[in-house]
Design a binder for this molecule. Structure first.
Ligand code: GUN
Length: 299
């Protein structure tokens, strides 16, 4: 293996430490405790795990965590009424509705009901527009975590060829905006892209966010490239079909033999997503109280 392993877990611990120190300062100097409300509708097991880790991390950073677990058959009206309550609650500075939602709920309607100032996911249409035009916004946590790891590894990203495989609103599209903002030349590829292997081989930065286990092999990776694997896929264990293991969208071993640097799964992008969620909550809290933006949390 040639590649440097980018340790997302260790970097996330640094960001979480900065968040915790900012929270201590807010409490001591302004008597304010940032609060994050997480809403989960239904019982999707993966979402339950994510929501639990988000709540635990919020408490560990010294913030208040409010969990709202709703039945899978909750009506749109009831969910919107909860969001309205959270929008008006001064103790709640960040609101996150875990996706995916059950099929009868329209995620666009639900997300756009969140007060944009409390939209710590950065999914509200007004935050999407602000990010797309380079204005101050809430930035989606997973692509922000990827950007921080890339900046930490490369320093300047200016002029690098970045290829993002995946065009989701949660990762692919905002990742493209962020990399453009850092002066990369950006290509978004997806399931219909022709010559995908060739396009990937042209990438100095390859971001895999397709949700297909190990679909990107090492021979799609340009020698020395930086590979960011956003995928979290649970597959049967090769030696014991009764067990499962987590893999990314990249075939780690073959990619690590060629790449200059690669994020592991688990322990790469995942921990950074949570760290950025905490950072966004502190930022939202400071803005809500007219305080200066906390510096250096995500820069
Ligand atoms: N589901 C998968 N990733 C995310 C995320 O970043 N935020 C929310 N709200 N739901 C998700």
């Amino acid at each position: 293996m040639n590649a440097k392993i980018i340790d997302g877990k260790a970097f996330a611990a640094t960001v979480r430490d900065r968040v915790a120190r900012t929270v201590d300062r807010l409490k001591a100097e302004a008597g304010i405790t940032p609060g994050l409300a997480v809403v989960l509708v239904g019982e999707d097991p993966a979402s339950e795990v994510y929501v639990r880790s988000k709540g635990k991390a919020t408490l560990e950073a010294g913030m208040n965590s409010y969990e709202h677990k709703l039945d899978a058959d909750t009506s749109e009206r009831d969910l919107l009424a909860l969001i309205e309550r959270l929008n008006n609650d001064p103790e709640v500075h960040g609101i996150l509705v875990q996706l995916p939602l059950p099929a009868h709920l329209d995620p666009d309607v639900v997300i756009n009901a969140i007060d944009p100032a409390k939209d710590v996911d950065g999914f509200h249409i007004s935050n999407v527009g602000l990010l797309g035009t380079g204005q101050k916004s809430m930035v989606p946590c997973t692509p922000l975590g990827c950007l921080l790891m890339l900046r930490e590894h490369h320093g300047s990203l200016s002029g690098l060829n970045a290829v993002i495989v995946g065009r989701s609103n949660i990762v692919g599209k905002p990742m493209a905006q962020l990399l453009l903002g850092d002066s990369c030349t950006v290509t978004i590829a997806h399931s219909r892209t022709r010559n995908l292997a060739e396009i990937c081989r042209n990438a100095d930065i390859l971001v895999a966010a397709v949700g297909r286990p190990e679909m990107i092999p090492g021979d799609w990776v340009k020698p020395g490239a930086t590979v960011i694997d956003v995928g979290i896929n649970r597959i049967p264990h090769p030696e014991d079909g009764g067990k499962t293991r987590l893999v990314g969208d990249v075939d780690f071993d073959s990619a690590a033999a060629v790449a200059g640097a690669v994020t592991p799964v688990p322990g790469g992008v995942g921990p950074m997503t949570i760290a950025c969620l905490l950072a966004n909550t502190v930022t939202a809290c400071s803005r809500a109280h007219g305080l200066p933006e906390p510096e250096g949390l995500t820069s």
